[in-house]
Design a protein around this ligand. Structure first.
Ligand code: F6R
Length: 261
């Protein structure tokens, strides 16, 4: 995998937004897989700024969601559907028709998971999937010991993930849903390009295990080691546990541009 170390979260956001813009210039109706949480917000802001400045036409872009809480009422401000509409779809000047995601309020959750897998396949697959990473190494909400071949399904969040996400629910862990629908690791691995973004020291250990540790279901993000086109973008703080940091810097600096995009 390609590892790109940038000075800070703003630079990481700009770099990934430019990757998305380049994809959209080449393929205007590209399907962009988006993550929620705090880390990707600078990407969405930078992409919206590029669109507003006329640097990229996003009008035909398609957006899909990685995961969703189960049991939040439709329209709840912290449902991931609401978050993606608010942080990605609306700032890009798009409407809901460009957007697909799993239905966390469905009566029949397994059927909703199967439906979402079908929709992704019928849409031609994800062109670029942006991923965050949990402090426990999860991608999507594939918590440690998720099957590396898993498909979209319901998962139970670890206490650590619910504690990490309590900040979105007034700091109250009991308000954080216990269950989610998440694309499986096998589903995520079918995206044509995976871009994992991590910023801040709190992610340093998970990043080091993902990039330099063994391939293991205990660190779901380590599955990226098996993807033919995976890019890990980290700021200096998130890179601080990498033994090969100098090597990654030198390989990136010696390239004329970010070649995998
Ligand atoms: C959310 C998701 C999660 C987050 C991860 C990091 O859609 O897929 O894997 O990316 O929990 O969250 P932040 O960025 O808030 O640290």
């Amino acid at each position: 995998m390609e590892v790109v170390i940038v000075p800070d979260a703003g630079a990481a956001g700009d770099l990934v937004a430019e990757a998305m813009a380049r994809l959209l210039r080449r393929k205007p109706d590209a399907l962009l897989g988006v993550a929620t949480g705090s880390t990707p917000l600078p990407v969405y802001r930078a992409l919206a700024a590029k669109a507003a400045a006329g640097e990229v036409d996003v009008s035909r872009a398609r957006i899909c969601q990685l995961d969703e809480y189960v049991g939040l009422p439709a329209g709840h401000p912290e449902s991931y559907r609401s978050v993606v509409l608010r942080e990605v779809v609306e700032p890009l000047g798009l409407d809901e028709t460009c957007f697909m995601g799993p239905d966390g309020s469905a009566e029949d959750i397994p059927a909703a998971c199967e439906r979402y897998e079908r929709e992704l396949a019928e849409a031609g697959g994800v062109d670029l999937q942006l991923l965050g990473i949990g402090t426990d190494g999860h991608i999507g909400f594939n918590e440690p010991c998720s099957s590396l071949a898993s498909r979209t399904r319901i998962k139970t969040l670890t206490r650590q993930t619910r504690a990490d996400n309590a900040r979105f629910f007034g700091g109250d862990i009991d308000q954080v849903p216990r269950h989610v629908i998440t694309q499986g690791i096998g589903t995520i691995m079918e995206a044509r390009h995976l871009v994992l973004l991590a910023t801040g020291e709190g992610k340093a250990e998970a990043v080091a295990q993902t990039v330099e540790g063994p391939l293991s279901a205990m660190v779901p993000a380590s599955a990226l080691q098996m993807h033919p086109n995976a890019t890990v973008v980290v700021d200096e703080a998130a890179a601080s546990g990498l033994k090969l940091a100098e090597y990654f810097r030198s390989t990136y600096e010696s390239k004329p541009h970010w070649q995998t995009i």
